[in-house]
Design a protein around this ligand. Structure first.
Ligand code: FAD
Length: 602
């Protein structure tokens, strides 16, 4: 989007912003192109106080829900086609704030069930953290590569429902795990192998591949694996594990230093984007169980065959519109009105970031699907939210920094694996790189190599220049695949996402919100909400999508009407030996407690 279109809302209140515009000064995520151009991602970064100033000073209008406004997302040829008459919609209007997986999950289901849905997204592009766009020269860029894991049943079902011209994902791929000393191991495609009981299958099939870590180090993981049987035995146990760091848990379990440094720490830096000393032990147990340990095939992963925004979110936008919903980009929600008589939110206010106009959207229910930073800004700016302890508690949560790069080389370099995890290349950040020639249709016949490389927990890398970041990536990939030494970079894009990703820090569980809130018609969705009865955990698109569906179900219970709840597919249940181990631990706890003995567990 041209920057000039953002200079319309004067920012009056925030003194650090004097003389600048709200859209610019309130630090939307800046996206720097290596060639010197720059784009605004226009995401969650708008300062809430400055935005309320902008709201006060700008033109206002009330948007009847039956009238679709011009929208920021591309190609809305028939944005008004789905008009719902106001009478029919009365009592069933839903505003969804945030257009990532969570917001789209809620919007899709509610619009299909006949609710009068308006999704408001601050960015011009749909998809949130899974979004992408094209640079001025037409090159596709994305907020990092996102994998779709074996247990993403609801996402796969959605992709079938979209009836896309072709399946948008690759087959499951192998991945290489690298240290600066060379290849450490390979993740095979487990679902291509005969299925064995969980843990046995993973051990048998990775045993010959784990070249770097001696067996005695791997065996030190066994006591840690035993805690898996314990941690979910009750909500209370979960909270206890949440208060300790994963590092403490590994230490208590006697995990070897080598296993910790060479396997667990790097894995968590790319899995939960933080080092184990700054991660909740409970979140780590949940995530490892969901992605790798519950069933042999859980670690199998496939990748989008192109831009997720284009392949998946644009068709989703069209589907919602066809079902009667409105999906409006460039709408930054800044405020809401609480009806003092009912204690419910009666309208939501949003700035149209392309015109500076403020609009008020009357509603009967609201779903916030905005991520932690976005929600913190809304709570700070809205006394109606700040008065409620559950919303105030969100201010205690933290989020993490990510850098995504895309680099074009002048020649083809064959890589052993399409997906690669880098450990120990940066002191405090994790990294991955992907060979897009092997994964994405657009690059199959490209004369040069195209890679996507991401840094997680990238705090210390954010201040580096784009060139320095690109140089680091090139040096890292050349360490793994020496063929890159002879290749020249012809183009590159560096995208920075400060405070964009959920941080499952120790003790954070108590502050994470439930989906139902103390405001009866306001619901929460996103990978960070708690109390979702589903096995998908961690930083997961599937989890975010599922929370959107379950928020939709809460809206349906609240508003009534003929809407049917979304059918949510759970992950495969625990295998019998894991279920038996969990039952045994529960039993042991009861016996120990009844005998007044000290528990062997946490
Ligand atoms: C680099 C990277 C790699 C990842 N890898 C994977 C992976 O391999 N597999 C996987 O499953 N997951 C992965 N994830 C995690 C996954 O992307 C997230 O879990 C998921 O996208 C979160 O979706 P969400 O809808 O909860 O939130 P988000 O995607 O953050 O969406 C929130 C939306 O709300 C909007 N918003 C915020 N404030 C406002 C406001 N006031 N008004 C209007 N709109 C607002 C934002 O612009 C944003 O679009 C990765 C994430 C990153 C960053």
């Amino acid at each position: 989007m041209p920057l000039s279109r953002l200079h319309r809302v004067p920012c009056l209140q925030n003194t650090s912003c004097v003389g600048r515009t709200a859209a610019i000064c309130c630090s939307p995520l800046r996206v720097h192109l290596h060639g010197g151009a720059s784009l605004d991602r226009l995401s969650v970064q708008l300062s809430a106080s400055a935005c309320s100033a902008a709201v006060k000073s700008s033109r206002r209008r009330v948007v009847p829900m039956a009238v679709a406004a011009g929208d920021g997302f591309t190609a809305d040829a028939n944005g008004d086609s789905s008009v719902v008459t106001p009478d029919a919609a009365e009592g069933r209007r839903v505003v969804i704030v945030g257009g990532g997986w969570a917001g789209f999950g809620a919007a899709k289901h509610l619009s299909e069930q006949g609710y009068d849905v308006t999704l408001l997204e601050a960015s011009p592009n749909p998809g949130g953290l899974s979004s992408g766009w094209r640079t001025a020269s037409g090159r596709a860029v994305e907020a990092g590569m996102k994998g779709f894991w074996y247990q993403y049943k609801n996402t796969f079902k959605l992709l079938e429902e979209l009836q896309l011209p072709s399946w948008p994902l690759t087959d499951f791929t192998t991945s290489g795990f690298w240290s600066p000393r060379g290849l450490v191991t390979e993740a095979p495609v487990f679902s291509k192998k005969p299925r064995l009981p969980t843990l046995v299958g993973q051990f048998v099939y990775t045993f010959p591949l784990y070249w770097a870590l001696p067996l005695e180090d791997r065996l030190t993981m066994l006591p840690f694996l035993a805690t898996l049987a314990d941690y979910v035995s009750s909500e209370e146990r979960f909270e206890q594990y949440d208060k300790m760091s994963a590092y403490e848990l590994f230490r208590q379990c006697g995990v070897s230093t080598r296993c910790y440094n060479e396997f667990l720490r790097p894995t968590l830096l790319v899995g939960l984007f933080a080092p184990p000393e700054d991660l909740s032990a409970a979140a780590v147990l949940e995530t490892l169980y969901f992605y790798a340990l519950a069933h042999q095939n859980d670690f199998d992963v496939c990748w989008p065959r192109g831009s997720t925004a284009e392949l998946i979110f644009q068709p989703l936008v069209e589907k919602i519109r066809t079902a009667g919903g409105r999906v409006l980009g460039n709408r930054l929600v800044t405020g809401l009105t609480l009806d003092s008589a009912t204690g419910e939110v009666s309208s939501v206010e949003a700035v149209d970031r392309s015109t500076g106009e403020i609009a008020s959207y009357p509603t009967d229910a609201v779903v916030f699907a905005v991520g932690i930073s976005g929600m913190q800004k809304l709570v700070s700016a809205n006394p109606a939210l700040a008065k409620q302890p559950d919303f105030r508690s969100i201010m205690e949560l933290r989020s993490l920094d990510v850098i995504a790069t895309r680099i074009w080389f002048d020649r083809r370099v064959a890589t052993r694996y399409p997906a690669n995890v880098l450990s120990g290349f940066e002191t405090t950040a994790g990294a991955t790189f992907f060979n897009l020639n092997d994964l994405q249709d657009e690059y199959q016949n490209e004369p040069g190599t195209v890679i996507s490389a991401d840094f997680y927990h990238a705090n210390s890398l954010l201040p580096l220049s784009d060139q320095e970041i690109v140089d680091r990536v090139v040096s890292h990939v050349a360490t793994c695949e020496p063929g890159f030494n002879g290749a020249k970079v012809t183009d590159s894009v560096v995208l920075r996402f400060p405070k964009a990703v959920t941080h499952f820090s120790p003790g954070s569980y108590q502050h994470r919100p439930f989906q139902a809130t103390t405001i009866p018609n306001v619901f929460m969705a996103g990978d960070w909400v708690k109390g979702v009865p589903h096995g998908a955990n961690g930083l997961s698109q599937e989890r975010a999508y599922v929370t959107g569906l379950s928020a939709a179900n809460l809206v349906i219970s609240r508003l009534g009407g003929n809407g049917q709840p979304a059918q949510i597919l759970d992950v495969e249940p625990d295998e019998p030996h894991i279920a038996a181990a969990r039952a045994a631990v529960r039993g042991l706890r009861e016996v120990v407690a009844a005998a007044g003995l000290r528990s062997p567990f946490l």
